[in-house]
Write a protein that binds this ligand. Structure first.
Ligand SMILES: Cc1cc2nc3c(=O)[nH]c(=O)nc-3n(C[C@H](O)[C@H](O)[C@H](O)COP(=O)(O)O)c2cc1C
Length: 404
């Protein structure tokens, strides 16, 4: 059965929802599923904007066929050739052999690399600023390299103000009927998945997102809809989400608050993390979030690290090193270019305590623009009452820094 929704009077969502995939990119858990968004414009010409993952191809075809209602498909615009959107391109070409494909030089290169038989078809290569008329609608193409692959572009419909934003402004989470961000409680139910999506997937490319935001700033008053390739479509309160993107891509925290990420085998480091959390709240800083790095997916840790201003790393020493899962989290921060956070350190060990110095060294040498508070809580096996003053001093230093 077809499943479509109007975005505007002549533009339709023709994508699909996926609740079967457990790991997006075979790495990120998606308990709320994901949507693959594609859009069909019925103008004098018929235009499909992007396709879907291969697993959802059948749904896309049903949707498109239903709306075309006997017309042929004239154009396919491919903004992004990553397989979760581009995998069904060849199937569209097989079904609609006269379709003209509009995309970037690099995207056509990727189509060939993936083995798609495109060369018997009319291919229209576009670059920044090129325009195309489909009848009433005129669109312009804007390069969006590394948001999130190098071939990516976004397409702006100058007639109705629709921005087809490719992977920008996307989110994990299946739509399940609710197409628009204003049909859900986005700030309560979606923002964490949107942040986890952007920070983990495009986090490394903050400067490229900033470049795209600067281009968008020039036409901000003309943008009426943002149609991403995953997650809800935006038609109200666009600045709420644009502002989030601005923070994430500048590596600026959204909130003053403390994330305590702890690595603990037998519970003593965890107990210290709990004691610190209690002290912070007692001293008036209650935006405090505890995460056990061993049972919190690293994508969630990264997302929270992008959200909050202060990070406490509490780790046992393990074979003279940092606990491996904590180390992995630090490596991910480096890979994603995270910056501008204030850290505090809690270390533990029973015979040769090393984790504190090693975490400090990693932050100083491998991460950019970070501050580490001087106060450190160092434990030998367990946090005993003789460490109360040290714990209090650490809490005071964090509170002072948060309140600055
Ligand atoms: C496999 C393994 C390796 C360890 N390596 C070290 C080490 O190199 N240096 C050290 O001081 N303690 C080491 N420890 C001890 C723990 O770091 C220590 O007992 C710590 O207090 C455990 O804290 P927890 O209760 O939070 O798990 C190791 C423990 C295990 C199980």
């Amino acid at each position: 059965m077809y499943c479509v929704r109007n975005v505007t009077d002549d533009l339709y969502w023709v994508g699909a929802n996926d609740h079967r995939l457990a790991l997006f990119e075979n790495i990120f858990p998606i308990p709320r599923g994901v949507s693959y968004n594609a859009y069909l414009l019925l103008d004098e010409k018929t235009v499909l904007f992007d396709t879907v993952d291969w697993s959802a191809c059948r749904q896309l075809l049903e949707n498109v066929e239903h709306l075309l209602d006997g017309r042929t498909l004239d154009y396919l615009v491919v903004n992004h050739m990553e397989p979760d959107h581009g995998a069904s391109v060849e199937e569209i070409l097989l079904r609609y052999p006269s379709v003209k494909v509009i995309s970037t030089e690099k995207a056509f290169m990727f189509m060939r690399q993936f083995g798609f038989d495109i060369d018997g078809h009319e291919l229209i290569e576009v670059k920044e600023g090129d325009t195309q008329s489909f009848g009433r609608h005129v669109v312009t193409f804007v390069a969006a390299p590394m948001v999130h692959w190098p071939e990516a572009m976004v397409t702006f419909d100058t007639t109705n103000g629709v921005l087809f934003s490719a992977d920008a402004f996307g989110s994990f989470g299946a739509l399940d009927g609710k197409l628009f961000a204003d049909e859900v409680n986005f700030d309560r139910d979606w923002i964490d998945d949107a942040r986890r999506y952007l920070t983990n997937i495009v986090g490394k490319y903050g400067p490229h997102v900033q470049m795209l935001l600067k281009k968008a700033a020039g036409i901000l008053d003309q943008i009426k809809f943002i149609c991403p390739l995953h997650g809800p479509v935006w038609r109200k309160d666009l600045m709420y989400f644009i502002d989030k993107y601005d923070h994430w891509s500048r590596y600026e925290p959204e909130e003053k608050g403390v994330m305590i990420a702890y690595a603990s085998m037998y519970g003593n480091t965890e107990a210290a993390a709990q004691a610190l959390a209690g002290k912070l709240c007692e001293k008036g800083v209650s935006n405090v979030w505890l995460y056990d790095v061993s049972n919190t997916h690293v994508s969630q840790l990264i997302s929270e690290t992008f959200r909050l201003s202060h990070i406490v790393l509490a780790s046992v020493t393990y074979n003279l090193g940092i606990y491996p899962v904590m180390h992995n989290y630090l490596m991910d921060m480096k890979a994603l270019n995270l910056q501008n956070r204030t850290f505090a350190i809690i270390e533990n060990g029973s015979w040769a305590v090393k984790s504190g110095d090693l975490m400090q060294k990693f932050i100083d040498e491998e991460l950019k623009n970070m501050t580490v508070l001087n106060e450190r809580l160092s434990m030998a096996s367990a946090l005993l009452p003789d460490k109360a003053a040290e714990l209090g001093a650490l809490a005071d230093a964090i509170v002072e820094s948060v309140n600055q």
